[in-house]
Design a binder for this molecule. Structure first.
Ligand SMILES: N[C@@H](CCC(=O)N[C@@H](CS)C(=O)NCC(=O)O)C(=O)O
Length: 217
């Protein structure tokens, strides 16, 4: 048993960390902390994440947050060369391009804005139809970049190998598909099938169970 603790369940961002760990096949403990819950406000959790968000990871003395950074750390530490691009600097540059694109253009300033200012999180934040409209337009434009990168529905986003970038992109596509029930998001068919294929992975299915609010692993 590794000395690993994942703080966070019930969100697509916590799912990323569970998915990475299931791909790695290593055991860990889960603290069932949900977004905007009482446990998140405790001094014990504030010591783990001063910003009071999930997910966080504890690995011995190391405590880190940010779902993408956690997945990258886990892949580097325990992946034995898998889930990351080859060592060539050009391939790593391309990999970081995809990861930062997903986390900024899709996750942070389009999908999260829609959810916060018009979607399921609007009760916690101010409604803002203008912000939502800008974010929808931004998403519909930026998602075409991911479509252009994907060779075909059976490929991974960087080509032949499954990497952390696929975990990040697939979870954003899941978020987009949920929001598309309410908002006019234009998600290219190729990307929908790509995400469905990734969700058929055994590790993804185990991660979904681990990420359930009432189940510990
Ligand atoms: N950029 C962060 C975002 C983390 C985040 O916003 N987590 C949400 C749950 S998905 C949360 O904890 N929200 C609580 C709040 O905003 O009060 C990451 O990718 O880990």
């Amino acid at each position: 048993m590794n000395d690993l603790i994942v703080y966070g369940v019930g969100s697509l961002r916590s799912l990323r960390v569970h998915w990475m760990l299931q791909e790695l096949g290593i055991s860990y403990k889960t603290e069932l902390i949900q977004s905007r819950s009482q446990q998140m406000q405790t001094s014990a959790y504030t010591a783990i994440h001063p910003g009071r968000k999930i997910p966080s990871l504890q690995d011995g003395d190391l405590i880190i947050s940010e779902s993408a950074a956690i997945c990258l750390y886990l892949a580097e530490r325990y992946g034995g060369g898998k889930f990351l691009p080859d060592v060539e600097i050009e391939q790593r540059a391309r990999f970081f391009q995809v990861c930062f694109y997903v986390m900024t253009e899709l996750d942070a300033h389009t999908l999260y804005v829609i959810a916060k200012h018009g979607g399921s999180l609007v009760q916690y934040y101010k409604p803002s139809p203008e912000a939502v409209e800008v974010a929808i337009n931004g998403f519909n434009q930026q998602i075409l970049v991911a479509e252009s990168w994907l060779e075909d529905t059976k490929s991974y986003i960087l080509g032949g190998a499954f990497t952390v970038a696929d975990i990040l992109l697939c979870t954003c596509l899941m978020s987009a598909l949920r929001l598309a029930v309410q908002f006019p998001l234009q998600i290219p068919h190729k990307l929908i099938v790509y995400a469905e294929n990734l969700q058929a992975r055994k590790a993804f299915q185990l991660a979904e169970i681990a990420n359930q609010k009432a189940v510990s692993v």
